[in-house]
Design a protein around this ligand. Structure first.
Ligand code: HEM
Length: 427
């Protein structure tokens, strides 16, 4: 273990298990004010250590983990609703990825490993819950659905492994001191133990938060793979482009797997915590919008949201004249030429899988939000998602309706076909 400075030694005494227990036992919405205050002070102290350039690198590292672990308590005051990143502990996801930020391949690998770790912890949580071993999140517990959920998690785990996710466990447990978390090379311990506490005791909210977190890794994996695929296409390296598009497809397929798992949440269970997540719509996900824009360019119909949500403003940088989207890069090549044929095929497969995810997601909005009501992100809800359903790469693509109907038999494909011009000749 690294040598620890006095400031490091003082934060090393903190009981991280108490920090998590205090949140998990009641839900973040209901934390006692004394507990909130105590850890908000710790959060500020971690921030002051971070800002002090005289501290050692390792002390900074410890403070960084602590800052992320206390981020919710330190930034969401009592009675206020969290935004999307506060809700999903986005800062901890970034800390987990940090050691490989300068390597695209490293980030893609770590994202896959992160998905695997999250799914594994979810499987443990569900199995323990079934066996009566979990003390918390016992409200709104549907045993049949949990059994089905575990099967689906197993299937998803198998897929992540096939795609190259590595199973190596992180031995650091929740009762370990802060220095062990800071020194972990895989950093999976933080994903597993130091984030993801839901707002309520409602059982399925644990699932919901974990699915959002894993989906963020998928958005990142797609964005990075597609970005490399674009440069491979524009520099004429077709085989590399195919490989990268195949990687992107895998992440798109994992997004679908995650929704399959999420669908084991009964509609009435979602209602038990949805109102508290009122300001945490994934519409705020910059990872999604950057990914989406990389695929087909800036969607000007979403400009009002990119302008309204401060942190989405960077998406507007894609107006830059040098920017080439995947759509543009692919359409600039000739499908009939043998060297580009496989690139087109890989791109079509990818586009189709992501479109199917959008179709399934629309199914969620329609089924889980009563009476086609508005979304929590300030949009028209399902209507907004339907409007953007076909914003993919190839205009003639349809989602895999069989997969969509398997999950949402009541979703009418006919109502979601490509928008036909409402006027042909005469208004
Ligand atoms: C019960 C499950 C879900 C429901 C009912 C739901 C509903 C919605 C709705 C209504 C919107 C429109 C924006 C708004 O909030 O006003 C939206 C947007 C969005 N949701 Fe979900 N969602 C669910 C699960 C998920 C999951 C698991 C993810 C994965 C991260 C996700 C990612 C997104 C993204 C990225 C957007 C923005 C889409 C865009 O701008 O085109 N959603 N969702």
């Amino acid at each position: 273990m690294m040598s620890v400075s006095p400031a490091g030694a003082s934060i090393n005494q903190l009981r991280l298990d108490a920090l998590m227990e205090g949140q998990l036992s009641v839900g973040r919405e209901y934390m006692p004010s004394s507990f909130r205050q105590e850890w908000a002070v710790v959060h500020s102290y971690a921030a002051s250590i971070m800002a002090d350039s005289n501290r050692s690198a390792f002390t900074h590292e410890m403070a960084k983990v602590l800052l992320a672990a206390t981020s919710f308590i330190g930034t969401v005051t009592a009675g206020k609703q969290p935004n999307y990143y506060q809700y999903i502990d986005g800062q901890m996801l970034d800390w987990y990825l940090e050691p490989v930020t300068s390597s695209t391949v490293g980030l893609i690998g770590r994202s896959l490993d992160g998905i695997l770790a999250l799914l594994k912890m979810l499987r443990v949580f569900e199995t323990r819950s079934l066996n009566g071993l979990e003390a918390y999140h016992r409200e709104h517990f549907d045993e049949t659905q949990i059994r089905r959920r575990i099967e689906l998690i197993e299937e998803a785990l198998e897929k992540v492994r096939q795609y190259g996710g590595t199973d190596l466990e992180d031995p650091v447990g929740l009762d370990a001191p802060l220095e062990s978390f800071a020194a972990s090379t895989s950093r999976k311990c933080a994903l597993i133990h130091l984030m993801g506490a839901p707002l309520t005791q409602s059982h399925d909210e644990v699932l919901f938060v974990r699915v959002l977190q894993a989906s963020e890794f998928c958005f990142l994996g797609i964005r990075l793979s597609v970005s490399t695929a674009i440069s491979a296409i524009t520099s004429g390296e077709a085989p590399r482009a195919v490989r990268k598009l195949q990687t992107a497809t895998r992440f798109a397929q994992l997004l679908r797997e995650l929704l399959r798992i999420l669908q084991t949440m009964p509609v009435e269970h979602f209602a038990t915590f949805r109102s508290l997540t009122g300001k945490a719509s994934a519409l705020q996900s910059i990872g999604f919008h950057l990914m989406d824009t990389l695929l087909h360019g800036l969607n000007t119909e979403k400009l009002e949201h990119f302008r309204r949500i401060e942190h989405l403003k960077p998406v507007l940088c894609f107006c830059d004249k040098d920017f080439v989207s995947l759509k543009q890069a692919v359409l600039d090549t000739e499908e009939s030429r043998p060297e580009w044929r496989e690139v087109w095929a890989a791109c079509r497969q990818f586009d189709k899988d992501l479109l199917t995810w959008r179709g399934l997601h629309l199914g969620f909005a329609k089924r889980y939000i009563p009476q086609d009501g508005p979304g929590t992100g300030g949009t028209s809800g399902a209507r907004y998602l339907r409007q953007h359903l076909f914003r993919g790469i190839f205009d003639d693509h349809e989602p895999d309706w069989d997969s969509v109907r398997e999950m949402f038999p009541d979703l009418e494909p006919n109502g979601h076909h490509h928008a036909m011009p409402s006027v042909l000749i005469v208004p």
